[in-house]
Design a protein around this ligand. Structure first.
Ligand code: ADP
Ligand code: MG
Length: 236
């Protein structure tokens, strides 16, 4: 079978399997969650702490399943010609609301670039949200998250900068390893997902971090010279 399938077909198959398994696991989990809720209503208060642990773990398992499903999904198609700063702009109310709940602030420096990129908008939004959430989770309530887009030579870049605790040198190597997390309720799949989305778009992710100062994640995509010929001529 293997020799008859190319890479894309194999990935699609993995995606389909993941969707099937997800469904099979989610159903019993939902049943367990429902009965737990009923049991708590009928049981005395001393079980509350046990109840909370079981609920948290169920929710964590659910989060892992969701992230894993996104990771296994490969859609090479539905890409469109779009401008990166517009995607970030569209997302900004969501990020702003999230930051607001944490008492943090957001700074947008979206330098409008006419350059067009071939992107799957849904996936790029997922990537930006994951990086923004990591930034927010690393900061205390006084933190500032800066989102900046710009053109750098033949690439369009998005920088996501936080004023959080930073990442130690020993941890930086493990950031993109699936399931690596330093958080109590983390899945450790966020950055793996970001990397796989970036790679599907010929993009790169770079990290710069200083402990006690903060972290900058830079996502960059090459732009097609031919498709942007008119724009680049205009800019000269
Ligand atoms: P999760 O957020 O579920 O832990 P991720 O893959 O998104 O999983 O991140 C992996 C780990 O990388 C985090 O647990 C954290 O230790 C570290 N990390 C990621 N982004 C940042 C950041 N902006 N600042 C500090 N640490 C970070
Ligand atoms: Mg994360």
């Amino acid at each position: 079978l293997r020799s008859e399938l190319d890479n894309v077909e194999r990935l699609t198959l993995v995606g389909q399997m993941a969707a099937g398994i997800t469904h099979e696991i989610r159903n019993p989990m939902a049943v367990v969650r429902g009965f737990l809720q009923l049991m708590r209503e009928k049981s005395p208060g001393e079980l509350d702490s046990y109840y909370q642990i079981v609920m948290d773990e169920l929710d964590r398992a659910n989060a892992i399943i969701n992230d894993f499903l996104s990771l296994a999904q490969t859609r090479v198609s539905d890409k469109e010609m779009v401008q990166l700063h517009l995607i970030v702009e569209e997302l900004s109310p969501l990020i702003w609301a999230d930051a607001n709940l944490r008492g943090q602030s957001i700074e947008l420096r979206l330098n409008p670039s006419l350059l067009l990129l071939m992107l799957n908008v849904r996936e790029i939004k997922q990537l930006v949200l994951n990086l923004a959430r990591n930034g927010m989770e690393a900061m205390d309530p006084k933190g500032v998250l800066t989102l900046e887009t710009r053109v750098n030579e033949d690439r369009v870049e998005l920088m996501i900068k936080d004023t959080g605790g930073g990442i130690s040198t020993s941890q930086i190597e493990n950031l993109f390893v699936p399931f690596f997390t330093t958080k109590n309720h983390g899945t450790g799949l966020g950055l793996s997902l970001c990397l796989s989305i970036a790679e599907r778009h010929n993009g790169k992710i770079a990290v710069e971090s200083q402990e006690g100062v903060g972290t900058v994640f830079t996502v960059s995509f090459p732009f097609e010279k031919e498709e942007n010929a008119a724009t680049t001529r205009l800019l000269k």
